[in-house]
Structures are given as structure tokens and as C-alpha cells.
Design a protein around this ligand. Sequence first.
Ligand code: XIL
Length: 368
Amino acid sequence: MRTVALVVVFLAGVTTAAAAQSALKDAYKADFVIGAALNEAQITGQDARGDAIVEAQFNSISPENCLKWERVHPQPHRYDFSIPDQYVAFGEKNRMFVVGHTLVWHNQTPDWVFRDGKGKLLGRKALLKRLRNHIYTVVGRYKGRIKSWDVVNEALNEDGSLRQSLWLKIIGESYIAKAFRYAHEADPTAELTYNDYNIENEVKRAGAVALIKKLKAEGVPITTVGIQGHYTLDSPDLKLLDEGIDAYSKLGVKVAITELDVDVLPRKNLPVTADIAVNLAQDPALNPYVNGLPDAVQQQLAERYAAIFEICLKHRGTVDRVTLWGVTDADSWHNGWPIRGRTAYSLLFNRAGKPKPAYDMVIQETGR
Ligand code: XIL
């Protein structure tokens, strides 16, 4: 027994030492780029420890919030590029693949966008003009520098139909094609993505496939499908991810996993979603790991991450990027969603900035 235990300790030590010398971006160099979403503290240099992890481990970055409409264009005649400029400069300094997120969404978009000076809903033409100006201004500013834009985010309902957002209500379904065309006009070299959650799942996937087919048939310049990848320990069945990547690949688009994380916290009866509008009541029973994650769950998390990367590796060539939605567990949006004030363990680095067993297993998955 004792020998076995010693061997296990020894092997664990070797694994960690190997991981300390390795980097995600190097392990996956031949396969796809590996990204992380950056928050404001990381973009502005206030989180030096986080920045060091990003620089050592990742070769792509996404902006967690700073390029969303409410941040970059808070008022009709005011754009705020102070944080986005630093974000893009950070990526360029480190020769990273810089992603833009997101141009058209129903969330984190100010209400004035859809209204005239008197508060009345705009007509189709006026809203299209506003959308074009926004896209030309934001995409145009970073032309040739932001390499990939999430053009439209979350346009689909769970049943695969189009979400009844104000974009759809006012413009009609052509808002999607228009947004892609405007983005392409503003930067013809940028990759352009349709990004959504749960589009692995069969019913919603059928809606996404139909949408992308239609866009392609109309000559709309879409290059990529972004599968957000906000997962839990047991959902979705990864067979759906495997099939989903296949289905999108057959349409002639690339696939990126754009917002990967794995929530280990209980969700009660909440169906798996990434709808940021959800806000459930706090309950200590739903925040079970305040003092640390039990080893068994840590191991489950590691295996889950390894299985996700195994599928991405299988589809190398179609999957050209896997981006984690945050750097350390302390940064994860799961600390505040779908319930405020919880202690989340969704990412590959712990609160001390150290690689977790999940990190080691993701590295080992490449077999290099
Ligand atoms: C989240 C951010 O992580 C949070 O900081 C913010 O409060 C809400 O939005 N899908 C998306 C992302 O496309 O933009 C969301 O990001 C997570 C779900």
C-alpha cells in the first residue's frame, strides 16, 4: 500500500513539474490556437499575475466585456475606445490572435440603440443605419488587427427559431446578413463568426444549420461558427459536440470553441443555458465548495476537460481555436452567474494562479 501511495505521489510530482515547463499554446501548436477571455484588470495591467499566465500560456485573446455595445458605444454620439485600444495593443505586443466580441446581441446593448430622441422605436431603415455606423466605426478602427469578429451573438431560441429580439422585430431576419456584410465591408480580411450557446443540441443545431446554409447560399461572408462551450460536468453529452462540429464543418465553415468553461456548481433545476439574464436566488446549499473543491470533483473536472479537448483534437482542421472564458477560477463569470456570490471552479488555473489537474490532463491529451 505504502509503495503504491509513494509512486502515486511521485507521479503526481512529475506531472506537475512537466506542466510547469509546458504551455497550452505550445502543446496545441500543431492543432489550433488557445485563447483566454480578458477582463478589464488584465487588459489594463492591474492584474499582473493574470497577465503573466496569459502571456505564458495563450496565443489568442477575447474581450470579456469591453467591446460589447454598452461599453464601447454607451451613448449615441460617444464611443469609448480606451479599454479596447489597450486590449488590442496587449494582443499585438504578444503576437496573439485577437478576437472581437460582439457586434450584434440582444444583451448588453443600451436601449437607446432601438429608439429615437422621443423614445419611440426606430423604423427598419434607421436601425440599419445605426447598426452600419456602429460596425463601420468599431470594426474599422481595428481593421487588420482584430482578426476575428463575433458578428452576431445568440440569435437563436432553444427550439432553433429566431429569437424575438428588437433586432429581429424592427429589421426582420435580414439583420443577420446585413451585420455580416457591414463587418466584411469594414474589414474584408477579418474572420466573421456566428456565435451561440447550446448549438450542439440537436434541435437548436438544426436551426443554426438552416441559418448558416441560408447565409452561405445568399453569399453572406460568414467564415466561422462559434460554439460558446459553457458546459457543466455532465451536460451536454459530448457526442453532441462531436456531431455538431461535423455538421458545421459540412457547411464549409470553421468552428471555434469561443467561451469554454465547465461549471461544477449545482444548478438546481435550471436547464443548461448561458442566458446572462438568469439570476437565481442565493442559497448556501447551492454554494458547496467555499472552502475548496473536493478531490473527487477536481478529478471529474479534469476528465471532463480532457474529453472536451479530445473531441476538439479529433476535429483539428475544422476547429481552429479553443478559447477559455477567463483565466483563473477567481475571474470566472460563474462566481456571479446564474447565482451571485458563489465560489466557482470552472477554469484551468486556480485562485492562486496555479495550474489545476484539469490543466495537466488537457496538456497530456495532445500526447506530446
Ligand atoms: C458574460 C461576462 O463574462 C460577464 O462578465 C458579463 O457580466 C455578462 O456576460 N455568453 C456570451 C458572453 O456571449 O458575452 C457572456 O459573458 C457569457 C455568455
